[in-house]
Design a protein around this ligand. Structure first.
Ligand code: NAI
Length: 252
């Protein structure tokens, strides 16, 4: 018996990076997992590699109708929903606050905040029907501490942290646990793009940013995926409203 045997999960933004690691580790632990993403080719390929326990569904988390269809599609494919991993996120514009446009601000909130709202909203009915479940929200170290860049992103991750606690309280009586994960820098396409936009040698930036973590390097997607497997499993049955910080000591 795997740690997630019998469970069905939906992972948003599951085609690459942290989301793809979550999908892979959850399936290895015995779950059946739907991947919702915009990267259709990559998502279909990953699902094909992982076999019958994976399914790819196109969904933009900032569009309510697409979210509703992805959740209905998960239940249609696998019969139930036990776990929602709100992982899809974007870094957005890297400008100081006074230079940001309203559209740049709104796009980050639409994906990182409204996306979590839409997915949670539409997951509640199937999670209740399953007798409870687990919602895992990807916040960030920047939902805990500040940084002098990416103002819309950091605002969005702070919002996700408190949406987690509020929903943990609202749905505790339904046995739906809601927790946030706060990764330090994890080497993924998102971080590679962010560091690439700084100009210069990306690998040098990678080492410098890695050195900001007391453990001396960036994390890898599996470091977060193992936390997701734990929070999704019954081992975490008394854990709700918590903040799981996986950051190599960055916020100590
Ligand atoms: P990534 O950019 O490598 O992958 C994100 C995935 O989300 C992609 O497959 C992308 O297509 C998908 N996505 C983007 N917008 C979407 C939308 N509107 N609807 C559906 N899917 C969408 O990102 P990464 O690094 O794997 O990050 C995953 C989550 O972890 C994000 O929420 C991010 O903010 C958070 N995080 C990442 C950290 C890192 O260092 N990589 C650190 C802290 C938090």
């Amino acid at each position: 018996m795997g740690r997630l045997s019998g469970k069905v999960a939906l992972v948003t933004g599951g085609a690459v990076g942290i989301g793809a690691a979550c999908v892979t580790r959850m399936i290895e632990a015995g779950a059946r997992v739907a991947i919702a993403d915009l990267h259709d080719d990559t998502g279909h390929k990953l699902a094909a590699q992982l076999g019958a326990n994976a399914r790819y569904l196109h969904a933009d988390v900032s569009v309510e109708a697409e979210v509703a269809a992805a959740i209905a599609g998960t239940v249609a494919a696998f019969g139930r929903l036990d776990v929602l991993v709100n992982n899809a996120g974007i870094a957005g514009a890297n400008k100081p606050t006074h230079e940001l446009t309203e559209a740049e601000w709104d796009r980050v909130q639409a994906v990182n905040v409204k996306g979590v709202f839409f997915c949670t909203k539409h997951a509640i009915a199937p999670l209740r029907a399953a007798g409870g479940g687990s919602i895992i929200n990807l916040s960030s170290i920047y939902g805990l501490v500040g940084a002098p860049d990416l103002p819309p992103y950091h605002a969005s991750k702070g919002a996700v942290r408190l949406m987690t606690k509020t929903d943990a309280l609202i749905y505790a009586a339904d046995h739906i646990r809601v927790n946030s994960i706060h990764p330090g820098f994890i080497w993924t396409p998102l971080v590679e793009q962010h560091l690439g936009a700084m100009g210069g040698d990306v690998q040098q930036h990678r080492r410098e940013v890695g050195a900001l973590h007391p453990l001396g390097h960036m994390g890898e997607p599996d470091d977060i995926a193992w936390g997701v497997v734990y929070l999704a499993s019954d081992e975490a049955k008394f854990v709700t409203g918590s903040e799981l910080v996986i950051d190599g000591g960055y916020t100590c």
